[in-house]
Structures are given as structure tokens and as C-alpha cells.
Design a binder for this molecule. Structure first.
Ligand code: SAM
Length: 334
């Protein structure tokens, strides 16, 4: 972390500022030390402040993103730039965000972090799992990003500190998606914007095989989850391939959902090997997380209304439901 990040970090419980105790630093960053506020102290380990216990319910994500560190990064393997398209379509944010302070909640390996960093924004990015280490390694070349390991439900940032807050693919994986959304809204400054997405709860969930397998798979240790996913794909991946070939994209998609296989072969423009790797990653991502709490359109809309946001838009989208809103200029911070 950089000493200047102290401006923005706050103790989530008391709102107090931190005092920085440095053990080791380089020209570029504080490598180890502590952030102290009263009787609370958080360690800086390997350049990253850790505001939560190192092992927590998101451990499967830590394993997943260490194992598939660059698989989803446009900069490494995706000529179709699918993350870039998704990010800028979902947010509708400009490509130049210089002068804006942006928060990314639940960054994973950093497929959106590298794109947000390229806009020139002053970016704060955090994740509850050790995936944040992978993200930091992937985005080392940027000096406008600050990383933290932290919980959305207790975010260690100053209320109202951000022009924009982004949270994609995360809320459903917390024990309290509504509480997580509310915690993020508090961090947006008056006139600022929040964009989130969340899995959709609707009749189609009845035909998603993952909801029948997850009661068991979510409880396994991460390595065992990965083993189970590989074993599952060994028989199910050829079947969903057959469904794609014989029935076309629609039938293929339905078979994939039913059999709990993330199948990218209908997407077009990607090699068989890449489709298989993406499949392994995303099938793990379906079966491993401790929490998967999809929401209805109506519920998500109620979150934004309760928070008093303006310009509310809630609708079906890439990941299920996409939602956006602005904090009124007249809003009280905190
Ligand atoms: C499916 S991944 C999405 C990562 C990234 N946003 C993306 O779309 O590639 C979900 C991420 O949310 C993180 N996560 C889960 N619960 C969290 C919490 N309470 N606070 C912060 N991050 C959390 C996980 O560790 C994981 O990296």
C-alpha cells in the first residue's frame, strides 16, 4: 500500500482514521507494517492491508483465482475483449476516468481491475479472499491502484469517499446481499454512482443443476471441490457438447444449465482448449462458493429505493440482474 491511501481507509467499526506503523518499505510501497486505530490493528502483509481474517468463507475463491490467475483477463487471452465489453456496457462509464476515485468491491483475479486502472481513475480494489494477491500481481504495472483484503459487510473506507462504486459478480456470494449493497452505497459521495449486478431468482433456477449439487459441494474443501468439478466435467462436458452439436445453441445452453456445466463452446471465436479451461473455471465458480443467493428483480429494486438513490435502473442483464443509481447531491454522508 501507499502512505497516501491512509486518506481513504477508516476503521469500519468506529470510522476512525488509522495511524501507519511501517516495518518495511520500498520506493513504491509499504511492504509490511500495521494500521492502528485505538485498540484495533490490521496487518499489512506483502504490500496489502488485511482488514479481515486471512481464512474466511471466501477461501474457495482464493483457491480458484490462484489456480486460474489469468484465465479471464482480456490482456492475457481474450481477443474478443469480453470483460472490456461487459464492463463498459454494464457501467456505461467513460474510458477516461482521470480525476475520479473509484471503488471495486470483490475484484477476484482482476479482470475488471486492469480495465478500470487503464482509465486513469484513482482505483481502490478489494476482495475478501486471497484473490487480492493474484489481482495485485496481475495489475502490478499500474501505480493508480490500491489493494486491500476486506469484507464488503465491513468496508474499511471513508463514507462518501468515492465518485463511483462497482460490484460485479459478488453480492450473491455474500451471506447478506442486501446488507452488502447498503454498505457499498454509504461509500458513494453525493452525486456519485453505484453499479452492481446479482444473480437472478426466477423460475429458471428450478432447472439449474447447480442448486441441487451445491448443498454438498459448497461444504467441501477447495481442493476437493476442484477434484469433484474435474470428475463431473469428465462425463458431463461431452454430453453438453453433443447437445450443442445436435440441438444448436438453445438446446446446448439448457443442457449446460441442467447438468451444471459452464459451456463456452456456443460462444464462437474461441479455441477448444480455451473453452475447456473457461468451463473448468466457471463450473468451479458455480459449485464451490459458500453462498449463492440469487435475488428477484423486485427485491433488487427495493434495495435501491430504500437507499434513496436517484436515476434508478434495474433490469435483466449479463449476470442475471444489473442495477444502477445515483446518490442525491443533497444526501447526508455516513
Ligand atoms: C465470482 S467472483 C467475481 C470476481 C470479479 N468481480 C469478476 O467478476 O471477475 C466473486 C468474488 O467476490 C469475493 N467476495 C465474496 N464475498 C465477499 C465479501 N464479503 N467481501 C468482498 N469480496 C467478497 C470473492 O472472494 C470472489 O473473488
Amino acid at each position: 500500500m501507499r502512505a497516501s491511501d491512509l486518506e481513504v481507509y477508516r476503521d469500519a467499526r468506529t470510522g476512525s482514521r488509522f495511524e501507519l506503523r511501517i516495518d518495511e518499505q520500498t520506493d513504491r510501497e509499504i511492504v509490511s507494517g500495521r494500521l492502528v486505530a485505538g485498540d484495533v490493528s490490521f496487518e499489512i502483509v506483502d504490500g496489502i492491508p488485511r482488514f479481515c481474517p486471512p481464512e474466511n468463507y471466501a477461501a474457495s475463491f482464493g483457491y480458484q483465482w490462484h489456480r486460474f490467475a489469468t484465465t479471464q483477463l482480456d490482456s492475457h487471452s481474450d481477443s474478443s475483449r469480453s470483460s472490456e465489453q461487459r464492463l463498459f456496457n454494464e457501467t456505461r462509464w467513460p474510458r477516461d476516468l482521470r480525476g475520479k476515485r473509484v471503488l471495486e468491491a470483490g475484484s477476484g483475479a482482476g479482470r475488471f481491475t486492469e480495465l478500470l486502472a487503464s482509465t486513469g481513475a484513482e482505483l481502490f480494489s478489494f476482495d475478501y479472499s486471497t484473490a487480492v494477491e493474484v489481482n495485485r500481481d496481475n495489475c502490478r504495472k499500474f501505480d493508480n491502484v490500491s489493494f486491500a483484503q476486506a469484507d464488503i459487510l465491513a468496508p474499511p473506507y471513508e463514507p462518501g469517499a468515492f465518485d463511483m462504486v462497482l460490484c460485479l459478480g459478488v453480492l450473491q456470494h455474500t451471506p447478506d446481499p442486501r446488507g452488502a449493497f447498503r454498505a457499498l452505497v454509504r461509500l458513494v459521495k453525493p452525486g456519485g454512482e453505484i453499479v452492481v449486478d446479482v444473480y437472478r431468482l426466477w423460475w429458471r433456477c428450478l432447472f439449474k443443476g447447480k442448486y441441487y449439487l451445491r448443498p454438498v459441494t459448497r461444504l467441501l474443501p477447495a481442493r476437493a471441490q476442484h477434484f469433484v468439478v474435474r470428475a463431473h466435467l469428465a462425463w458431463a462436458y461431452p454430453l453438453t457438447g453433443l447437445a450443442h452439436r445436435l440441438g444448436g445453441r438453445g438446446v446446448g445452453r439448457r443442457a449446460s444449465a441442467l447438468l451444471s456445466v459452464a459451456d463456452f463452446r456456443g460462444a464462437g471465436g474461441i479455441s477448444a482448449a480455451r473453452a475447456r479451461e473457461l468451463s473448468e473455471l466457471d463450473t468451479l465458480d458455480m459449485l464451490a462458493p459458500r453462498y449463492d443467493k440469487p435475488q428477484t428483480l423486485r427485491t433488487v429494486r427495493s434495495w435501491l429505493e430504500e437507499a434513496g438513490l436517484e436515476g434508478i435502473e434495474v433490469g435483466p442483464g449479463y449476470n442475471g440482474i444489473e442495477a444502477r443509481g445515483r446518490v442525491p447531491l443533497s444526501a447526508q454522508v455516513g
